[in-house]
Design a protein around this ligand. Structure first.
Ligand code: MLT
Length: 304
């Protein structure tokens, strides 16, 4: 019998993949063969002796010490694409909501409670306060054209945005699925200098850490809107704060709020919700569990 230890609340349909005849799924397991997790930080954890594989129900693997795992022969899986639709929907939702001042508008209307008969008049006055901008015709730059980035790029076209994508390592699958109407930038600087909105969909690596820095901001249009639903550390905190203060960054929208900028007026910071839909949690859990099960039983590595 194999032991599987879930380190987070993983959707039940995912855990059900481990049939009861062959597996014991137990979060107290001392020496599991496999670990399945979401955002649990494994960096300071000792590896159990029997551990063969770790499956992350999500795309990023920066919560797992991948290098040490490789050295010990422990295979790390992630679930590319399984939560892409959820992230795409949140990116588009926040582009629209921020352009139409929806979040501030909703909070403002709540302050009218108790105004009685004056409410309709005040609501009319609110029109002037919250005049928005339309996104049709504006340019969206998509950095990283993997599963999420490609979906975002294709979908933004349907909102009549101009879309420019950049990715030095685009896969054959993505190349086929990417609409021909998505312009391909040859350099990241092209995205920085020509877009009204920039959304980033890359993993956190030593190459991407701090990619939104002083130099990058200096190339951007004034009042650019940046969306970061990937990892907070992609932005250099000090440089980001300065760019927001100077008005280069007109809005910073993220589900990885940096402590330094959380309370700034032009920051829309939400909990880490990009992948948090029922559908996405189920897709990720099932994909992660199947990969782990397949590997434990057959030794085959299939990262899809
Ligand atoms: C991801 O890396 O895909 C997300 O962080 C998933 C999650 O929210 O757990």
């Amino acid at each position: 019998m194999y032991a599987i230890k879930p380190l987070n609340n993983i959707a039940k349909c995912g855990l059900d993949v481990f049939n009861k005849d062959l597996y014991e799924v137990n979060d107290q397991s001392e020496n599991p063969d496999g670990i399945i997790l979401r955002s649990f930080n494994m960096h300071d954890m000792e590896f159990p002796e029997n551990l063969k594989g770790i499956a992350r129900a999500g795309a990023g693997v920066n919560n797992i010490p991948v290098q040490s795992c490789s050295e010990k022969g422990i295979v790390v899986f992630n679930t590319p694409g399984a939560n892409a639709n959820a992230v795409k929907e949140l990116v588009l939702a926040t582009i629209l909501a921020s352009s139409r001042n929806l979040i501030d508008g909703v909070s403002w209307v709540k302050t009218l409670e108790g105004e009685g008969e004056k409410v309709p008049k005040l609501v009319e006055a609110g029109k002037k306060e919250f005049v928005g901008r339309e996104i049709a015709g504006k340019t969206l730059g998509v950095i990283g054209l993997g599963a999420v980035g490609a979906l975002v790029a294709n979908s933004a076209l349907a909102l009549d945005m101009e879309v420019m994508g950049f990715d030095p390592f685009i896969s054959v699958d993505t190349a086929w699925n990417l609409s021909r109407n998505v312009q391909r930038a040859m350099t990241i600087e092209q995205i920085f200098s020509s877009c009204d909105f920039i959304t980033v969909h890359v993993p956190l690596t030593e190459q991407t850490r701090g990619m939104f820095n002083k130099e990058a901001f200096s190339l951007m249009k004034n009042n650019v809107k940046i969306l970061n639903f990937s990892r907070g550390e992609l932005a250099n905190e000090e440089d980001l704060k300065a760019a927001i203060e100077s008005g280069i960054v007109g809005k910073y929208i993220t589900d990885f709020p940096n402590e330094n900028v959380i309370n700034m007026k032009n920051v829309i910071a939400i909990p880490h919700l990009g992948a948090s839909t029922k559908e996405s949690e189920e897709n990720c859990a099932i994909m992660a569990a199947r990969q782990l099960k397949n590997y434990i039983e057959t030794g085959n590595i299939k990262n899809s």
